[in-house]
Design a binder for this molecule. Structure first.
Ligand SMILES: N[C@@H](CCC(=O)N[C@@H](CS)C(=O)NCC(=O)O)C(=O)O
Length: 284
């Protein structure tokens, strides 16, 4: 890898050197499966293949919220996909998500089973299936979906941009950190101004918008993501902090955050979830 200050891009880029950094081993410029691998199947209607990252947590939080409301059809098996080991490139996983990224859902309560990939698409699928957390009145629904897709468009700047260059890159590059810090602080200000006027992201009700935004921006300001609270001066986003503390205190959110998480304090981890009792068994 050349020094970024001296690098002149060639006429045609070729994949001939490792970029370095935490995720260098799994990054590659081609799609598709790299190996045959059968995925396990559990006993419940919903089969989730995921990891406890912010994108994975969105789905497990929603499933736990649906179960808390009494929707038994949302019972799920959450299998661990270890992206650092390349599980996302196994043949069965790629059949569910051709984009090779967690989370991926298979709804086996219908015949033939329905595959769903992209976290917002999974959230909408489940919300529509169970009639919860997505308002049905046109204006409220539009507001909820606007924020849901704001999250989908914005989080790659936070994760792929800020998180990558601040926390994971093999060297600290001031230009990149400045560029993405500027954008992440602007995004936090967007959220802060919105939350100054209403209790939840899309208005008076807790919706998919909160469930999607919390694992990224809520966890960022309360401290569990990139260890960047001081650097980003998160206390200046006081409405975001108030909302993050409120959402983070919900029992279903606490459970959902643990599923498929295999790092951090032991009591916050639950590698796989196949039953509601797994949370208490893991804690004891
Ligand atoms: N837009 C996708 C993003 C999913 C995504 O980036 N997943 C990451 C983990 S958070 C992943 O699986 N990375 C593996 C890889 O890039 O090979 C979604 O929201 O579902």
């Amino acid at each position: 890898m050349s020094d970024s200050a001296e690098y002149t891009p060639p006429a045609v880029w070729t994949w001939d050197s490792e970029s370095g950094g935490t995720w260098a081993k799994i990054n590659r410029p081609i799609a598709g499966a790299t190996h045959e691998k059968t995925l396990p199947v559990g006993k419940h209607p919903m089969q989730l293949y995921s990891l406890g990252t912010p994108n994975g947590a969105k789905v497990t939080i929603l499933l736990e919220e649906l179960l808390a409301l009494g929707h038994a059809g949302a019972e799920y098996d959450a299998f661990l996909i270890d992206i650092s080991a390349g599980d996302q490139f196994g043949s069965d996983f790629v059949d569910i998500n051709p984009n090779s990224k967690i989370p991926a859902l298979l709804d086996r309560s219908v015949n033939p089973p329905v595959r769903v990939f992209e976290s917002a698409s999974i959230l909408m699928y489940l919300a529509e299936k169970f009639g919860a957390f997505l308002p049905t009145a046109p204006a409220a629904r539009a507001e909820c979906l606007s924020w849901l897709f704001w999250q989908m468009g914005s989080a790659p700047y936070l994760g792929g941009g800020f998180g990558h260059f601040y926390a994971y890159a093999p060297m600290k590059i001031e230009y990149c950190i400045n560029r993405f810090t500027m954008e992440v602080k602007r995004q936090l200000d967007v959220l802060d101004r919105n939350l100054a006027t209403r209790p939840f992201i899309a208005g008076n009700e807790y919706t998919l918008a909160d469930i999607a935004i919390f694992p990224w921006y809520g966890v960022l300001v309360t401290g569990d993501l990139y260890n960047a609270q001081e650097f980003l001066d998160v206390t200046s986003y006081r409405h975001v902090l108030r909302w993050a503390e409120q959402v983070g205190a919900r029992p279903a959110v606490k459970r959902g955050k643990r599923v498929n998480k295999v790092w951090g304090p032991a009591e916050e981890q639950l590698a796989e979830r196949h039953d509601a009792g797994d949370f208490t068994r893991a804690a004891s």
